[in-house]
Design a protein around this ligand. Structure first.
Ligand code: HEM
Length: 360
């Protein structure tokens, strides 16, 4: 399937679902399919058709796993809970058996994929991440400190698949909500898309420089939604002095991205969705850095940032090129975070009205 077919498939999927009475679970799923598909191509070189039942299974398993893990933030922050409560109880409260079962299902599939890669490996022409890892594993075979193994590779593929799929799909869903709520922003973005991408032309990354408003909308969506509200937890590997505080070795450190993203010290009118804050007086995009940490910071910041940024640009231009997102008649989009997700700021499932832009 080439990119144009992909765009049509995505578009018809969304429009078709809308005609059947659409909630955003359906939109999120349509987007999540596409994002999972991209992540999987990068990991395994494999192109799934949109109709492939495995894609649906992956999507359902990912969602189920992510939802079942929401409460794990509690023992992450208060690890002693796991020592004082009986194992059977913590297992039930935190859905540990379900998570094990889902992980196992994924690993069966990924192990099969790895075996297929091993059987067809060309050491001079690696096709994807799995091939690259297998080649390194062979090179390191005699190294006593070697940590490469097939088991580790399967878990790596699982980690990347999980880290890369829902995050990007949820960020796009936030963008749909913001632009449905602020039609004037959507119209400006669509005017820019019209100007740079004549009908029938799909965006490439080269177009980014000529699309400052779209870039501004993407950045403002990342800031305002603050999907990974606290990032991942880290640990101080040595005694550290930071900002006047002493942090002893072994301290668990949790970020506060959402707080920083709404701190008036960095942002004028932080609670408003204002893409214009990312543009200078000439309308040029300014990649403001201070106070903007949607992908974390430092050596252990998001490994998939570049891929996520590419996906956000290509998907958003593709969708808004031909579709209009609006609030359903008589209703308002709820822009509050879904409380079920606990530490990540997921968008709530709700109705959005989608219409095809005139001329498409
Ligand atoms: C809009 C989409 C995404 C957002 C907002 C996001 C955000 C984040 C954040 C905040 C962290 C924690 C960084 C820290 O603790 O300092 C993280 C880590 C990570 N992300 Fe992402 N991410 C996104 C997409 C992706 C994608 C597409 C992939 C890969 C395919 C990915 C792979 C990872 C991995 C592997 C880590 C752990 C890095 C490490 O521990 O060294 N992410 N991400």
């Amino acid at each position: 399937m080439n990119r144009h077919d992909t765009q049509l498939a995505l578009r018809s999927r969304i429009v078709g679902l809308r005609e059947a009475g659409l909630s955003t679970r359906a939109i999120s799923r349509a987007i999540a399919y596409k994002v999972s598909k991209v992540t999987y191509i990068f990991l395994s070189g494999k192109q799934f058709e949109m109709t492939d039942p495995r894609l649906l299974e992956f999507e359902n398993l990912t969602r189920e796993l992510v939802e079942s893990m929401a409460l794990l933030a509690i023992p992450d922050i208060f690890p002693w809970i796991m020592y004082i409560l009986p194992g059977a109880l913590t297992g039930r409260i935190f859905h540990l058996d379900l998570q094990k079962k889902i992980r196992h299902k994924f690993l069966i599939y990924f192990n099969k994929e790895i075996e297929e890669h091993r059987a067809t490996l060309d050491r001079d022409d690696p096709r994807d991440l799995i091939d690259g890892y297998l080649i390194m594993m062979e090179k390191k075979a005699d190294d006593p400190d070697n940590t490469f193994s097939v088991k580790d590779l399967a878990i790596l593929v699982l980690d990347l698949f999980l880290a890369g799929s829902e995050t990007t799909a949820d960020t796009l869903t936030w963008m749909f909500y913001y632009l449905a709520t602020y039609p004037e922003v959507q119209q400006k973005m669509q005017a820019e898309i019209n100007e740079v991408l004549p009908k029938g032309t799909l965006a490439t990354l080269d177009n980014k420089l000529r699309m400052p408003y779209t870039e501004a909308v993407i950045h403002e969506t990342l800031r305002k939604s603050s999907l990974a509200a606290t990032g991942l937890q880290h640990v101080a590997t040595r005694d550290t002095q930071l900002g006047g505080y002493f942090i002893p070795k072994g301290t668990i450190i949790t970020g506060a991205q959402e707080t920083v993203h709404h701190d008036p010290q960095y942002w004028d009118r932080p609670d408003e969705f204002l893409p214009e804050r990312w543009l200078d007086l000439q309308g040029k995009f300014t990649a403001k850095k201070e106070g903007f940490l949607p992908f974390g910071v430092g050596k252990r910041s998001c490994l998939g940032e570049a891929l996520a940024r590419m996906e956000l640009f290509i998907f958003s231009t593709t969708v808004f090129q031909s579709l209009i997102f609006s609030q359903p008649p008589g209703k308002k989009i709820d822009l509050r975070y879904d409380p079920k997700a606990f530490v990540t700021h997921n968008p709530k499932i709700q109705d959005v009205l989608i219409t095809v832009r005139p001329g498409f």
